[in-house]
Design a protein around this ligand. Sequence first.
Ligand SMILES: Cc1cc2nc3c(=O)[nH]c(=O)nc-3n(C[C@H](O)[C@H](O)[C@H](O)COP(=O)(O)OP(=O)(O)OC[C@H]3O[C@@H](n4cnc5c(N)ncnc54)[C@H](O)[C@@H]3O)c2cc1C
Ligand code: FES
Length: 272
Amino acid sequence: MLASRNNCQDLRVVRMTPLGGGEGAPPLFELVLSPPGWDFRPGQFVMIRPPEWGLDLVWGRPLSIADVREDGLRLLVQAIGRGTRRLSELRPGQVVTVWGPLGNSFAVEPDKPTLLLAGGIGIAPFVGYARRHPKPENVTLLFGHRLPAESYPLADFGGLRKAEAVREQNPEQLARFIDHLGQTMRGYAHGGLVLACGPEPFLRTVRKLALTLKARAQLSLENRMACGVGACLGCVARNGKDQLVQTCTHGPVFWAEDVFLSEDAAPLGGKP
Ligand SMILES: Cc1cc2nc3c(=O)[nH]c(=O)nc-3n(C[C@H](O)[C@H](O)[C@H](O)COP(=O)(O)OP(=O)(O)OC[C@H]3O[C@@H](n4cnc5c(N)ncnc54)[C@H](O)[C@@H]3O)c2cc1C
Ligand code: FES
């Protein structure tokens, strides 16, 4: 077992692999960084910032640790804004400053039927989770996505009991996916474990279902972050007692009943 580090290191880009995208859709890519000697617990993240950003982009960007393998630290990135687009332009040999592993992690309960619910790039932390789970035969993945399935590393989930990817390209498909999500979660309501990562409307839907079904569920929040280490208050969320908590240090993983997600914004599918 490697020693767990929680520090700042300069890592070198080993590989940048475009994974796909689509017309007008933000492209996805895999970034592999070396040296690979990182221990992590799935759900944890790193902050990443190439020194060449200078004063142009001051803050690093948070990314889930997808996995650590022989060749390096693996990150899956969706290029949605300035920072992630600039990360997509990195080339092998370039250096990036990375600090982490940061935050807490998903529960691992080997003997419990475990359902991984991923929305879009929210699949990233589940790559390592699925690969490291002591009993993958107890783990199922349900993955909702808009880009073509080939854009995602679905082969990494081959050892699980079941891995199902559902593409939602229009409101009808999305509504069917939400129904399916509810049906599937029902099977985990008694004695199971549900883990979810994805955009906030997706998490809001999962949280509501979890509270209704009394399912034990954890949600990984992808709040905006600046420092990643509890210093800037840029990532606050509300916990179940309506207190402010920092997502970077108290999370990013919270039990569904212990975190408040704004009900003002529309849930996935537009209906409560
Ligand atoms: C703990 C954690 C883990 C994450 N893991 C991953 C990952 O594995 N892969 C990945 O691609 N992304 C991940 N994200 C989201 C990623 O950090 C944001 O996409 C990124 O910060 C956006 O930076 P940008 O400069 O490209 O976009 P900006 O120019 O800052 O913003 C562009 C658009 O992105 C939206 N945005 C900004 N920050 C976030 C955010 N944190 N979440 C969602 N939308 C955002 C903005 O509202 C805006 O519409 C994670 C975020 C957190 C907090
Ligand atoms: S990102 Fe700075 S306190 Fe959380």
